[in-house]
Design a protein around this ligand. Structure first.
Ligand SMILES: [Zn+2]
Length: 224
């Protein structure tokens, strides 16, 4: 795909996908290229996300780039300085104001690169991310590998004690004994979540029967 950016600068790009889809790595790759081009960068992440390190954006493969943890999206505006390229990692954990912050930075002529989970473990759009996707010039959805069938994964499976977490669980539960793994639409499990409409249910059952009889379905999956 051709991507044409304004020579006067100022746009928003969002890299989204499930957990383990390489979002932070892609964010860092873009920021590193900006650094090589001698552009001034500033990177922010929500204070909430302290899984690995307090001040770095750290991806699951261990590579890192300096990031500043901030409590609110408004702090990004206060701390951004003269940076031409602004990275925002784990944007799903920011308050709704992060959308206006990204728009304002882009309006000022800066390049804004956002990495975010597009959906939570219930497959629902995550926090401010749907709005970020809407206002962005460029959107990339990355896929992970489904840990059940090895197909392309677009969802995040939350496991508590090795079993699929109930949709009644809170979306953010830091410090709990839980784990996450990428899964595809078919393999993602949400216990006790069934469609309430009879029509929808019979349609889904019909579709499942059709799919179960089609052994060649995985070969029809497009690869990127
Ligand atoms: Zn799968």
């Amino acid at each position: 795909m051709m991507r044409v950016v304004s020579p006067r600068g100022g746009w928003i790009e969002v890299v989204c996908g499930s957990m383990f889809s390489g979002k932070s790595e892609e964010l860092m790759r873009r920021l590193r290229r900006a650094q090589i081009a001698r552009q001034q960068i500033a990177v922010f992440k929500p204070l909430l996300d302290n899984r690995y390190h307090a001040t770095d954006v750290v991806s699951h493969d261990g590579t890192r780039i300096e990031a500043r943890p901030v409590d609110t999206s408004a702090e990004i505006l206060r701390m951004v300085g003269d940076a031409q390229v602004v990275g925002i990692d784990e944007a799903q954990f920011f308050d709704a104001g992060v959308v206006d912050v990204a728009v304002r930075l882009a309006d000022e002529g800066r390049r804004v690169v956002v990495a975010a989970l597009d959906m939570d473990f219930k497959n629902e759009p995550f926090g401010p991310v749907p709005h970020l996707l809407a206002v962005a010039e460029f959107v990339d959805k990355l896929q992970a590998i489904c840990q059940v069938c090895a197909g392309p994964a677009t969802r995040t499976q939350r496991l508590i004690g090795g079993r699929p977490a109930s949709p009644d669980e809170p979306v953010i539960r830091l410090g709990a004994k839980e784990s996450y793994e990428p899964r595809c639409r078919e393999c993602h499990e949400l216990p006790n979540s069934r469609p309430t409409l009879d029509l929808a249910e019979s349609a889904i059952e019909g579709a499942l029967t059709d799919r179960a009889s089609s052994s060649a379905r995985n070969t029809a999956v497009p690869t990127f």
